[in-house]
Each structure stands twice: as C-alpha cells, then as structure tokens.
Design a binder for this molecule. Structure first.
Ligand SMILES: NC(=O)c1ccc[n+]([C@@H]2O[C@H](COP(=O)([O-])OP(=O)(O)OC[C@H]3O[C@@H](n4cnc5c(N)ncnc54)[C@H](OP(=O)(O)O)[C@@H]3O)[C@@H](O)[C@H]2O)c1
Length: 253
C-alpha cells in the first residue's frame, strides 16, 4: 500500500478549472484545509497564478498545471506533472467547464452536444483512469464532480449542457458502486446559479428574479460550493458515496 499525500504527508487535491469561478474558491478552501492543491487551468495563466499567489500568501501550498482536461495526451501529462511535483492525487475535483451553448433543439449541432460530453463525461473518465490506480493501491481516494441543478430543472435551451450534466451524475453513481470496496468515494455537488466572471452579462433583474425563487432568498456564493466540496473531501465524509448534494438554497427541494 502507498502512503497518501505529498512528501510532507499533506493530502494532494487536483481541482480542474481551478483558476477562476467555483474552481478557484474550491482550490483556496482545500488549501486552507491543509491540502496541497494542484490548480489546473486551460488558457488563463495569469488567473491561475493569482489563485496560487493568494493561496501561498495565506501560508498554504499550491502549484499550477496547464492542461486541456478533455484531451487524453494532456491529461496523461497533467497526471505525470502533478505526480512529479506533488507525489500523488488523493482528491480529484472534476470542475472544469467550457462555454455552454444556448440553443434550442433545431439549432443544436451534434458537435456542440459532443463538446459538453467531452467536458462532463470524457474528461472525468480520462482523469479517473489516470488517478484511480494509485488511489486503489493506497486504499483511499475522493472523487467529487461539480454537477448542476440544471439537470433536475431540465433547463430549456440548454439541453446539451443538461444532458452532459446527467451523464456526470450517472458516472458518479456507477463509479461509487464500482469503487465502494476500495476506499474511494465518489460524489457530486450540484450548485444553483452562482454568478462568476463569465456571468457578467446577466442583468441585475435576472439575478433578482432567480434569487426570489430560491427558498433562502439569495444567490449562492462560490464559497458555498467550496464548503460542500471540503466536507466531501474530508475524513468526516468517509461513509458518504454515490450522493448528489444540491448547494442551491433549496431551489430544487
Ligand atoms: N457558476 C454557476 O452558476 C454554476 C452553476 C451550476 C454548475 N456549475 C458548474 O461548476 C463548474 C465551474 O463553473 P464556473 O461557473 O466556476 O466556470 P468558470 O468560471 O467559467 O471557470 C471555468 C474554469 O474551467 C477552466 N477550463 C475551461 N476549459 C478547460 C479545459 N479544456 N481544460 C482545463 N480547464 C478548463 C477555465 O480555465 P481557463 O480560464 O484558463 O480557460 C476555468 O478555470 C462547472 O462544472 C459548471 O458546470 C456552475
């Protein structure tokens, strides 16, 4: 059996798309929890560096790794790079997303549909295949996907995204059963609408309308999602697997 963690015994967490939005909040929270955090990003090197700087200035440990997590060769290189720099991946947070098409049925192309499945089914498979062998050997691992309430709501005009988010939940449930005996847990956190940089164009009125429909009468914050991930990544969640935790103020209760 391998020991978990980096050379200092810290649990190592990989957060895909950790350079901004929810991923950045998750990376900072897991680092504050005492983990050594691998921040993956795709194109925005400056944003990734900024998250790493914030984590280091707070006295915690982080490194940045550029890779397109939908590409098999780049995922293999990412895994090798993290292993060489940090020694392990004990917690895998599947968070990265690209643009999400707004298109009604007649206007939706198969390529657009496929691109969503590359993010939410292919990339999780590639990353799980890269990291699970070591998790199995050490008898410990945490896989946490960031899903969406959109799957439960069946958001119209977003069927490619919704379908791919459904695939993510299906993987979570099958993998939880498959990996149950190994000490690896697999769960999904499903946020509601949480404004990040990419939602700059969403009007105040639309934000207020959404918030008014949330039982807790507010929009979520990236830290709300990070807190749920922190719990699932912690020893306190050792007997929780195959679950979907909605972080949306009760919007889908
Ligand atoms: N925010 C919400 O309202 C909301 C609601 C429900 C669910 N979610 C889910 O939460 C997750 C994060 O969403 P977000 O709103 O925080 O997104 P975001 O702010 O747009 O951030 C996306 C992140 O993914 C990275 N990324 C994009 N393509 C990548 C690729 N091919 N390989 C590696 N990294 C890549 C980006 O890196 P670069 O910038 O370097 O390209 C960035 O760090 C997603 O799974 C999303 O579906 C979000």
């Amino acid at each position: 059996m391998n020991a978990t963690g980096d050379s200092a015994g810290r649990t190592v967490a990989l957060v895909t798309g950790g350079s901004k939005g929810l991923g950045a909040a998750i990376a900072k929270t897991l680092a504050a929890d005492g983990m050594s955090v691998a921040i993956n990003y795709h194109s925005d090197h400056a944003a990734a560096r900024q998250v790493r700087t914030q984590i280091r200035e707070a006295g915690h440990v982080a490194e940045i790794f550029q890779a397109d997590v939908t590409d098999p060769d780049q995922v293999a290189e990412l895994n090798a790079g993290i292993f060489s720099a940090l020694g392990s991946v004990d917690v895998l947070v599947l968070n990265a997303t690209g643009p999400q098409p707004d298109a009604e049925i007649e206007d939706l192309s198969w390529d657009e549909m496929l691109r969503q499945f590359e993010y939410f089914a292919r990339s999780p498979l590639l990353l799980a295949q890269a990291t699970i062998p070591r998790m199995r050997r050490q008898g410990y691992g945490r896989i946490i996907s960031i899903g969406s309430e959109a799957f439960e709501l069946g958001t119209p005009g977003s069927s490619a995204y919704v379908a791919a988010k459904g695939a993510q939940l299906g993987l979570t449930r099958s993998w939880a059963r498959e990996l149950g005996p190994t000490g690896i847990t697999v769960n999904l956190v499903a946020p509601g609408f949480i404004p990040t940089e990419r939602h700059a164009a969403v009007s105040e009125q639309d934000r207020d309308t959404y918030g008014a429909g949330v039982p807790m009468h507010r929009l979520g914050h990236p830290d709300d999602v990070a807190a749920a991930v922190s719990f699932l990544a912690s020893p306190y969640a050792g007997f929780v697997t195959g679950q979907r935790i909605a972080v949306n103020g009760g919007h889908t209760l």
